[in-house]
Ligand binder design. Structure first.
Ligand code: GLU
Length: 598
């Protein structure tokens, strides 16, 4: 086991939780926390951490009734489809990472949305010019074949104990009975109100009476409850074939925009054959050794696992815990930038692009990249390296890459059960509110995941992430599970577009190297360097000493919204969510047990 993992005892958890709730190490508060949300829970029998109290409660119910971590993850995710519909849902996709206690193996499901067969490389251009991003988002063109229903069914069939019908029960109840609108939900509607108003199907659901739902009011989604019932009866194929598939195709091909709308909503290319052909794909996880730990995450088409992994390998060339804080942060920022340069140049859908994954995650390549980390900040963007197996000395500079965007959408949940199984699951509909279009009478928004493709070549003829028929756009999602001596010790993930990668990396470094416990590692102020001239940083991130090393900063109110679970050495589970960001998350355990067994 790693020295850093074992030598730093967890701080008294109650004290840590109190500090976190009080905002001791947190960014500026966005919203007051609703009373039913607790960001830290410690105990036994299983654990769930999500952004939402209903989803955590439904997941815990499943565990209490004898379900396992996979059942709980699907039940919680389905509930998020009701209560966090602007970040996730059956109209979207995601990546599911699972530690199977029976075999000791980490398995993953790629449930990424997929481009239609009719989509060509120039799909997001007109007359050779890239479409304005907002117009591409709110369109039929941006909607890929959803992967989430197939992901749930695949996970349950392979590793769960429940069928889809049972796993959807709690979420269906929440949809039918309704849930209480909180400040975060209302704000998210408000941010989207102009485009939501352009689609009567969306406005009817999320702008009841033509207005943003009031905080504290109850919102029901009977259409979604009916859609979940359909999936419960017929399985996920009810979305990929039949009447619901036809409704999705019609919605994409003829976006149901209000007659008086001024929005230019382009139609999409999705056809029934695209839906019918969809498959969730089982993939080998990415793996790196980091300070004696085994870090598993998501392989391409996500760049999450390869980029977090490469950055960790670069960081491992120095002992961060022994360095002054400013030096540790400097190295974190530089390693992120280097790994992003390589991500942008080399990572795309492996069915279309030859991704040099083994080399990107090799210690030799990391050593070559690490030699570019100097005493002061490198000029950004830095060039990608040469993951070619030939690693002697520092490489010559090449061409620079594109930074990648940071979204406000997506959600991450983490579950663990009494048998030792662990799930780390990130799911999304891409932008907050996806493409803005609720499938009429079906109760869910469609994704705009295809805008994760690059619209034009960013890599001098070598762009791995241009659109293509049946191609999956590159993701940044990085659901991660860390093992020590073959047993899970930590699971973590976050939303945040390309900043997912830096958030997961930062939480890992905070926990493994910098002596923080998991709640503090999640709460700590964040900074994100994605190979762009300026580092995005939350206001509380300390920067004066880093600025003296040449780093420049742009303020951003919040980065990410992580959840995680740590498996403590005494057998208890510690579930942790955000204390403040995005209104705070919700952690729960089946049986609470404080540090003294109470
Ligand atoms: N679509 C993004 C990705 O797959 C996630 C969006 C977000 O987190 O806001 O990387």
């Amino acid at each position: 086991m790693s020295a850093s993992w074992t030598s730093r005892r967890l701080a008294a958890l109650a004290a840590a939780a109190a500090l976190v709730v009080a905002g001791g190490a947190t960014p500026a508060s966005a919203h007051p926390r609703p009373a039913d949300k607790v960001p830290v829970a410690v105990g036994t029998g299983g654990a769930v951490a999500t952004v939402d109290a209903d989803a955590t409660r439904v997941g815990l119910d499943v565990l209490r009734r004898g379900g396992n971590a996979v059942d709980a993850a699907v039940a919680a995710a389905a509930t998020l489809g009701v209560t966090e519909p602007f970040s996730s849902g059956i109209g979207g996709g995601g990546f599911f990472v699972y530690y199977d206690a029976a075999t000791g193996r980490v398995r993953t499901i790629d449930g990424r949305e997929t481009a239609p067969q009719a989509m060509q490389a120039d799909a997001f251009t007109e007359d050779g010019v890239a479409l304005p991003f907002a117009e591409a988002v709110t369109s039929g063109l941006s909607a890929g074949v959803p992967g989430t229903p197939a992901t749930w069914e695949t996970a349950l069939r392979r590793w769960g104990t429940l069928d889809l019908r049972s796993a959807l029960r709690g979420a269906t109840q929440v949809a039918r009975r309704g849930f209480v609108v909180d400040r975060t939900f209302a704000d998210q509607v408000a941010q989207n109100s102009a485009r939501f108003a352009a689609f009567p199907s969306t406005a009817r659901l999320y702008l009841p009476g033509g207005a943003v739902p009031e905080v504290g009011s109850r919102l029901r989604n009977r259409d979604l409850a009916d859609t979940y019932d359909l999936l419960a009866r017929h399985g996920s194929r009810a979305l990929y074939t039949g009447p619901l598939a036809r409704d999705i195709v019609r919605t994409v091909q003829r976006p149901p925009v209000a007659a008086d709308s001024t929005l230019d909503v382009r139609p999409g290319l999705l056809e029934l054959r695209d839906l019918a052909a969809y498959r969730a794909i089982l993939r080998e996880p990415t793996h790196v050794r980091y300070r004696g730990l085994d870090v598993f995450s998501m392989a391409p088409p996500s760049s999450g696992g390869s980029t977090v992994g490469e950055a960790l390998n670069i960081l491992e060339t120095s002992d961060l815990g022994a360095l002054p804080a400013v030096q540790a942060q400097h190295r974190y920022l530089e390693a992120s930038a280097l790994a992003f340069a390589d991500r942008n140049r080399f990572v795309g859908d492996p069915a279309f692009v030859d991704v040099p994954l083994r080399e990107l995650l090799s210690d030799g390549f990391a050593a070559e990249r690490a030699c570019l980390v100097g005493a002061t900040a490198a000029t950004k963007p830095v060039a990608p390296g040469s993951p070619d197996g030939d690693y002697a000395g520092c490489p010559a500079p090449g061409t620079a890459g594109r930074a990648g965007s940071d979204g406000q959408s997506t959600t991450h949940l983490t579950t663990a059960d009494r048998w030792g199984n662990v799930v780390s699951y990130t799911l999304t509909i891409e932008s907050l509110g996806g493409n803005g279009i609720v499938v009429p009478h079906r109760g869910f928004l469609l994704n705009n995941e295809l805008t994760d493709f690059n619209f034009t070549d960013t890599q001098g003829g070598h762009d791995p992430n241009l659109p293509g028929p049946g191609k999956r756009p590159r993701s940044s999602m990085a659901p991660t599970i860390v093992l020590s001596h073959g047993r899970p010790v930590l699971a973590v993930g976050s939303p945040g577009g390309a900043s997912i990668i830096t958030t997961v990396l930062q939480v890992l470094v905070n926990r493994v190297d910098l002596g923080m416990d998991l709640p503090a590692a999640i709460a700590a102020p964040r900074a994100s360097q994605r190979n762009s001239p300026s580092v995005q940083a939350e206001p509380a991130y300390p920067r004066a000493a880093l600025a003296a090393l040449g780093h420049t900063f742009t303020d951003t109110p919040e980065i990410g919204a992580a959840t995680g679970i740590e498996l403590l050495r005494d057998g208890r589970l510690l579930a942790a969510a955000e204390p403040v960001r995005r209104g705070g998350g919700s952690a729960g355990v089946v049986r609470e047990r404080g540090p003294h067994g109470g």
